[in-house]
Design a protein around this ligand. Structure first.
Ligand SMILES: Cc1cc2nc3c(=O)[nH]c(=O)nc-3n(C[C@H](O)[C@H](O)[C@H](O)COP(=O)(O)OP(=O)(O)OC[C@H]3O[C@@H](n4cnc5c(N)ncnc54)[C@H](O)[C@@H]3O)c2cc1C
Length: 427
């Protein structure tokens, strides 16, 4: 049986796979993109209904196409997916949907990889894993199934009506947790939010959006997180874009609690440290204002002062007198949404591209297994790597690397050319 052969196989047709296809086409490198579901599937079915992009349309896009409409708008998730479908069409990306890659392994005694898919075997010289930064929802099994509480990860949350009547505990103070908690509050639910350490940059300051400040302050280009401690990033485009402020949510009726740590007899044990976690969020917020002010002064920029941005709301009662034990039944909590992040799952990639802990081993996406590349991972080359605009630039670097390797493979020494009667130019 003949085996289909491709030069570069890209796995996944989210924004990363589409960016990869664009840059490979620009270098005239033949390739195929396999997608197990639909183009930009995660934006269609892996996010809650009301999600909008975290950055305004002028920023959260690829250079080759604008979103339609108001460029300051935070585009809804379906429109983001439509955008990527249209983009794939615009660049004539060779995408095959509905095909899952099940295993990739190096070929024996010859270059390239054997790729087993749901529709047969393909051989590829190079493989780009563009299967997403957020592949496998993870949450700690603190509350057992036997507790009789509906529990779901934020990846499975869609809207308030999906949850049983009663109060809801949202665990996680990142972009997802903050937005889901606010939506539930607005739907009239009683809401508890478990808050760990977080950064919460101002949405807008002195007339400019956070994404712009991250740009001019060179923060999109940071090569790694500022600390080894895991800190979530609470930012939201909901309601036209508002700074995430947990004290404001408390003023709207939410109860803030610290991180959930254990469960016994219907009672959730809560770690102390809520006030410290809020304070570290404030510190981050105020540090961005300081850096922005310094940038304005240094550059003599004409951006209006905004002293009111420095007003921090007073601590609510739930912070000054923190809850350390949450009796779920007593509080009427019937469901928990775990907005606790994601892990990676490269079970299908059976090559030497991982360290002893299973973490992808790479430099700017070029893995330790020659011919295998990663794209779209958090901090692949910098902070922007897992975001829409950042992945496009990383894809350019990876395509360049593939093109350089291709030219080495095509090289023939003059003596070889003489022997075969062809020159390196025509080989
Ligand atoms: C709630 C949320 C909100 C976000 N909002 C923003 C935002 O506003 N702006 C922004 O820039 N970023 C945002 N991000 C981050 C990031 O942009 C998205 O996660 C985005 O979906 C990542 O794109 P990707 O192409 O890297 O991965 P994905 O979109 O996850 O695409 C990977 C694709 O690979 C496919 N796939 C996986 N395994 C296989 C396989 N074995 N075979 C074939 N196909 C496979 C999947 O079906 C999927 O379509 C958000 C993330 C989350 C979780």
């Amino acid at each position: 049986m003949s085996v289909e052969k491709v030069e570069v196989l890209v796995v996944g047709a989210g924004q990363a796979g589409i960016a990869m296809s664009e840059h490979l086409s620009r270098q005239d490198i033949p390739h195929l993109v396999l997608e197990r579901a639909r183009i930009a599937e995660k934006w269609r079915s892996g996010r809650w209904d009301s999600l909008v992009a975290n950055g305004p349309a002028w920023h959260d896009r690829f250079p080759g196409r604008d979103f339609e409409g108001d460029q300051e708008e935070f585009v809804g998730k379906e429109a983001v997916a439509d955008y990527f479908e249209a983009y794939a069409e615009q660049i004539s990306a060779p995408i095959r949907c509905g095909v899952e890659v099940r295993e990739v392994r190096r070929l024996d005694g010859r270059p390239g990889f054997r790729v087993e898919t749901s529709e047969g075997v393909i051989e590829a010289q190079s493989v780009v894993a563009a299967t997403g930064p957020f592949q496998r929802p993870v949450f700690p099994k603190v509350v057992p199934d036997s507790a009789g509480i509906v529990q779901m990860h934020s990846a499975d949350y869609r809207n308030p009506a999906q949850l049983p009547e009663g109060a809801v505990l949202v665990v996680g103070a990142g972009a997802s947790g903050a937005q889901i908690a606010e939506e539930l509050l607005e739907a009239g639910r009683r809401v508890f939010i478990a808050i760990g350490p977080h950064d919460r940059p101002p949405r807008r300051y002195r007339g400019r959006d956070n994404v712009w400040w991250l740009g001019v302050l060179n923060k999109w280009d940071l090569e790694g997180p500022s600390s080894n401690k895991h800190v979530t990033f609470a930012v939201s485009g909901a309601h036209g874009g508002q700074t995430v402020d947990f004290r404001r949510l408390a003023a709207q009726g939410a109860t803030l609690v610290g991180k959930a740590k254990g469960f016994a007899d219907g009672v959730l044990a809560i770690e102390p440290g809520l006030a410290e976690n809020l304070a570290s969020g404030d510190e981050n917020y105020l540090s961005v204002l300081d850096e922005a002010d310094a940038w304005v002064a240094r550059n003599g920029a004409d951006l209006p002062e905004e002293p009111e941005a420095r007003i921090v709301l007073p601590d609510p009662e739930c912070v000054t007198n923190p809850v350390l034990e949450l009796d779920l039944a007593k509080e009427g909590i019937t469901s928990i949404v775990w907005a606790t992040g994601y892990g990676l799952d490269f079970g299908w990639l059976n090559v030497d591209a991982f360290d002893e802990t299973g973490k992808p081993q790479h430099q700017r996406g070029v893995s330790s297994e020659p011919g295998v590349y990663f794209l779209g991972l958090p901090w692949l080359s910098r902070r922007g790597s897992s975001f829409i605009w950042g992945v496009w630039h990383d894809a350019r670097f990876v395509a360049d690397h593939i093109a350089i390797q291709r030219s080495y493979r095509a090289y023939r020494a003059p003596s070889e050319a003489d022997a075969s009667g062809t020159s390196a130019e025509t080989a």
